[in-house]
Design a protein around this ligand. Structure first.
Ligand code: KIV
Ligand code: NA
Length: 270
């Protein structure tokens, strides 16, 4: 396999090949996911819940994100090294100023990430432009943004009303214009996610609980392996069912994303 890069992701997009992404937090799972054909690995701040047992992602620090990014990158380099690695900027590491965001993003890039992700729209536009101008690929994140779960009032579907949907469409366009080349859409209605995807030819939408009209999909790896501390979200499929190994389960996920059979229209959040 050729290493995944921004030009390759753009080629995949133009061919209509879906992007298969999973989260990873450690070297061994990252290596297995790479070998199973995943295109992108997100070192998500969901590690706060999955690895650290926290109630939300709010408590995760930049230092912790760098540590897990280093672990994932080592795992990827030990095997094929073809995966595109995205590091999540944690809560409080990019909100104060563009300069703070740059310092935090640099730390994640130095830990081995190829791209950084940050949550929110509107105010994030100038931060995204600042990072992209300085050579850092950026993934944005709209819809349910877990770092602001308390302000949002819980883990619930976003963009249901026409006014909210219009705001998300506008914010998505602004983020593409600012240079974001990827956009996670979490828990938004499928029709809205598909609309936004058509609006953004140069910014690849990655859906989670947002239907299958996006350019790619992401799941928390532990969720799709059927292991969890509390509730699993409704939109998750357990790919360990019928799989002989973790590697087979991940390969089945990749195949289902690529052929469009995951998610089907029963696996949504709204
Ligand atoms: O932290 C995370 O795992 C995420 C994805 C679920 C998109 O942000
Ligand atoms: Na995250």
């Amino acid at each position: 396999r050729k290493p995944v890069s921004l030009p390759r992701l753009q080629e995949m997009r133009e061919r209509g090949e879906k992007i298969a992404m999973l989260t990873a937090y450690d070297a061994t799972f990252a290596a297995v996911a790479d070998a199973a054909g995943v295109d992108c690995l997100l070192v998500g701040d969901s590690l706060g819940m999955v690895c650290q047992g926290r109630p939300s992602t709010v408590g995760v620090t930049l230092e912790e994100m760098c540590y897990h990014t280093e672990c994932v990158v080592r795992g990827v380099r030990r095997v094929q090294g073809t995966v595109w690695v995205i590091g999540d900027l944690p809560f409080g590491s990019y909100q104060t100023s563009r300069e703070e965001a740059m310092r935090s993003a640099a730390a994640l890039m130095q830990a081995g990430a190829h791209m950084v992700k940050l949550e929110g729209g509107g105010w994030t536009v100038e931060t995204v432009r600042f990072l992209v101008e300085r050579g850092i690929p950026v993934c944005a994140h709209l819809g349910l943004t877990p770092q602001t779960v308390h302000a949002l009032g819980g883990y619930r579907v976003q963009g249901r009303s026409e006014a909210e949907a219009e705001r998300l469409r506008r914010q998505a366009l602004e983020l593409q214009d600012a240079g974001a080349t990827m956009l996670v859409l979490e828990m938004v209605p499928a029709t809205l996610a598909a609309d936004i995807t058509r609006q953004l030819p140069r910014c690849h939408t990655i859906g989670i609980g947002s239907g299958n009209g996006t350019a790619g999909q992401v799941l928390v790896m532990h969720d799709m392996l059927g292991i969890h501390l509390g509730r699993t979200p409704r939109f998750v499929r357990n790919f360990m069912e019928g799989a002989a190994s973790v590697r087979d389960a991940i390969a089945a996920y990749v195949a289902a994303v690529k052929d469009g059979s995951f998610p089907d229209n029963t696996l949504h959040a709204w």
